[in-house]
Design a binder for this molecule. Structure first.
Ligand code: NAD
Ligand code: LMR
Length: 326
């Protein structure tokens, strides 16, 4: 039998760890493997569950025509050497709750997950998904002390996809022909920017009247809650997994896509020391650039109000974390 000398360079396969094998995490694992982007490690605290999901995904490989490794585990040692770590661990909201109501339950989970993961993957890029998103991303960043290009939150891609969907439904056009940008926090104070929304280059402001646009903006702001109310048992996960996968793909393939991402700001848009959704270029090192757009006074004011609410919740979260570690 012929055996070739092993070549570590040729053998390197990118590895993405997804912490939290619930609805978002497991769907994301499926998307990453079936798009043939990377091997996936799916980690959860529930014994047996990530292992079962991984086996199920492995059994689909022949049908889905990929050969990615998928590991299910409860042990962080199995995540060693990950290129990207995605944190989806934590509770989703129930009907009637805001995302901020999850602060108390999710802060400790996210901080511990981030610390455990960085111990085994010191070179990884981190993408946080757990809610309340902007605050959880800040806490993870603070806990692991990485430079700002390597820690980011997923929300803007999802919120923008929702805005694009509602515009496409209103106009009866192909969803992929619509491009939109939602900035700000992932909450009721998010900042959809209609003047940046186009259908194949045509501004939507040319195609829809102001009252219709405002209705679609409101539906976008309420997009997560609309699904929580309909499902009654948790939140959206198909579109969130797709949105996270777009970020993973842009990083792994160094695509340099310009995407709205929760990023740490250092003076951009007149904001400091806060994570909030702004357009960023994503490549193999994580956030390559934060793009600073010329916003109108009204848009800037909305972004600042959004950032202030994130700051208030960061303070609340820090108090909660201090009281649990006392
Ligand atoms: N940023 C966004 O746009 C966005 C979109 C969708 C969901 N979310 C958020 O993502 C989170 C997950 O949502 P979901 O629908 O997948 O929830 P889910 O309940 O289906 O899954 C969460 C998983 O986290 C696991 N978990 C809990 N504590 C853990 C720990 N310490 N370590 C490892 N795993 C742990 C649970 O066992 C569970 O399997 C929620 O906070 C939700 O609000 C955010
Ligand atoms: O709405 C939620 O609680 C989940 C997520 O943030 C979403 O926007 O779908």
């Amino acid at each position: 039998m012929y055996s070739s000398p092993s070549s570590p360079l040729l053998c390197h396969s990118p590895r993405v760890t997804v912490i939290g094998a619930g609805r978002v995490g497991s769907t994301l694992a499926q998307r990453i493997a079936e798009k043939n982007l990377a091997d996936v490690v799916l980690l959860d605290i529930v014994q047996g569950m990530p292992q079962g999901l991984a086996l199920d995904l492995l059994e689909a490989r022949g049908i889905e025509l990929h050969n990615r490794k998928i590991i299910g585990t409860n042990n962080y040692a199995d995540t060693t050497g990950s290129d990207i770590v995605v944190i989806t661990a934590g509770f989703p909201r129930k009907p009637g709750m805001s995302r901020d109501d999850l602060l108390r339950t999710n802060a400790k989970i996210v901080v511990e997950a981030a610390k455990n993961a960085i111990a085994y993957s010191p070179d990884a890029i981190f993408i946080i998904v757990t809610n309340p998103l902007d605050v959880m991303t800040y806490l993870a960043w603070q806990a692991i002390g990485l430079p700002r290009d390597r820690v980011m939150g997923m929300a803007g891609v999802l919120d923008s996809a929702r805005f694009e969907t509602f515009i496409a439904m209103e106009l009866g056009v192909l969803p992929s022909d619509v491009k939109a940008m939602v900035m700000g926090s992932h909450g009721d104070l998010m900042v959809p920017i209609p003047r940046f929304a186009t259908v194949n280059g045509i501004p939507v402001t040319e195609l829809l009247d102001a009252a219709t646009i405002e209705r679609l903006v409101e539906r976008t702001r309420n997009g997560g809650a609309e699904i929580v109310e309909l499902m009654q048992t948790g939140g959206a996960f198909f579109a969130p997994a797709s949105a996270t996968c777009v970020m993973v793909e842009s990083i792994l393939l160094n695509q340099s896509r310009l995407l709205p991402v929760a990023a740490y700001l250092q003076g951009e848009y007149g904001l400091n020391d806060v994570f909030i959704g702004v357009p960023c270029r994503l490549g193999c090192g994580g956030i390559a650039d934060v793009l600073e757009l010329n916003l109108t006074d009204e848009e800037t004011a909305a972004l600042h109000i959004s950032a202030q609410s994130v700051r208030n919740n960061i303070e609340r979260a820090q108090e909660i974390l201090t009281s649990v570690t006392r």
